[in-house]
Write a protein that binds this ligand. Structure first.
Ligand SMILES: NC(=O)c1ccc[n+]([C@@H]2O[C@H](COP(=O)([O-])OP(=O)(O)OC[C@H]3O[C@@H](n4cnc5c(N)ncnc54)[C@H](O)[C@@H]3O)[C@@H](O)[C@H]2O)c1
Length: 293
């Protein structure tokens, strides 16, 4: 065992990944299994669940993988009961499920708000509570990691309810971290920005099919070079590495905080690297503004 593995103490632990079949969650599940962790996964996508089960078993780890809707309290409760039955303990929880569609707030309805609040905050409170009860009973601490977004940390027009819900999840996690610190249960969030998950890539490919030339791979690369300080967004595997850190004892001193897995976009906070040698500025150079706008 190398120095890092020795310090990380991940091997032999049990993690639950809610939304762990595809996208960022799929990468998290696989990374944890590679690090020697047995994994419980629930996901809405049956193919994602089946592929994940095969992938984790191929890595020689135990897996409990079920098709379940995390937004349904009964199905979430059953998933955690299955973890007790199949894996016998729980050391790490990763809350992945979340997301939003871009829309003017004035065009949304109370039903839309309730759905967004539940998808991006409500269900994660229940999931966290189910994990905390188990971790406290075990008495060996634990690590709880929830996915939020850069939009929880800046004004996000056309994502107002999503941004509010994820900001709620952020401060819920920070507050709970303080309550649970004496018991060694750490609670943190990972704030992603644009990350090329399979779902996002399919969405962009679809836009390009409908309006050819607007979302081509070349245009996207140029746009990322303007927006992302690192030059391109992190891969789902790079984001999963951040979760590995927070799940492991390497982050034993870290609780109640947010790690921004975004290639530097939050640090830039609106500064963009304008093309044509204009360098970094928050507003576009005059020469780049269209005359008739
Ligand atoms: N991908 C991005 O660009 C991005 C940017 C900022 C924040 N985030 C956040 O990161 C997290 C993951 O994003 P993603 O793009 O990988 O998401 P995704 O839509 O690809 O979903 C991740 C997984 O969750 C599953 N899932 C969706 N709804 C579910 C439900 N109700 N019950 C169980 N499983 C469900 C999906 O099948 C998938 O396997 C989200 O919380 C999102 O808000 C993502």
């Amino acid at each position: 065992m190398g120095y890092l593995e020795e310090r990380a103490k991940l091997a032999g632990k049990v993690a639950a990944v809610v939304g762990g079949g595809l996208g960022i969650g799929g990468a998290v599940t696989r990374a944890l299994a590679r690090a020697g962790v047995d994994v419980a996964v629930c996901d809405l996508d049956p193919e994602g669940v089946a592929d994940t089960r095969v992938a984790v078993e191929a890595l020689g780890r135990r897996v409990h993988a079920v098709v379940a809707d995390a937004l349904d309290p009964g199905q979430l409760d059953d998933f955690f009961a299955g973890i007790d039955r199949e894996l016998g303990r729980l050391d790490v929880l990763v809350n992945v499920v979340g997301g939003a569609t871009r829309q003017w707030f004035a065009r949304t309805t109370p039903d839309d708000w309730a759905e967004q609040l539940h998808r991006n905050f409500g269900w994660a409170i229940r999931s966290t509570s189910l994990a905390v009860a188990r971790m406290r009973a075990q008495g060996h601490g634990g690590s709880i990691i929830s996915f939020t977004t850069i939009e929880a940390h800046r004004g996000a027009p056309m994502y107002a309810v999503y941004a509010g819900a994820k900001a709620g999840l952020t401060n819920f996690s920070r507050s709970l971290a303080v309550e649970l610190a004496p018991e060694g249960i750490r609670v943190n969030t990972v704030a992603s920005d644009t990350t090329p998950s399979a779902r996002l890539r399919a969405l962009i490919d679809d836009l390009e099919r409908r309006s050819p030339g607007t979302m081509s791979a070349e245009l996207r690369a140029r746009s990322h070079a303007v927006y992302v300080p690192a030059g391109a967004p992190p891969s789902v595997e790079a984001v999963a590495d951040v979760v590995l850190f927070l799940a492991s004892d390497l982050s034993g001193a870290v609780t109640g905080t947010t790690l921004h897995a975004d290639g530097g976009t939050w640090a830039a906070s609106g500064f963009l690297r304008w093309p044509g040698g204009h360098g970094w500025a928050p507003s576009p150079p005059g020469s780049l503004l269209p005359e008739d706008d």
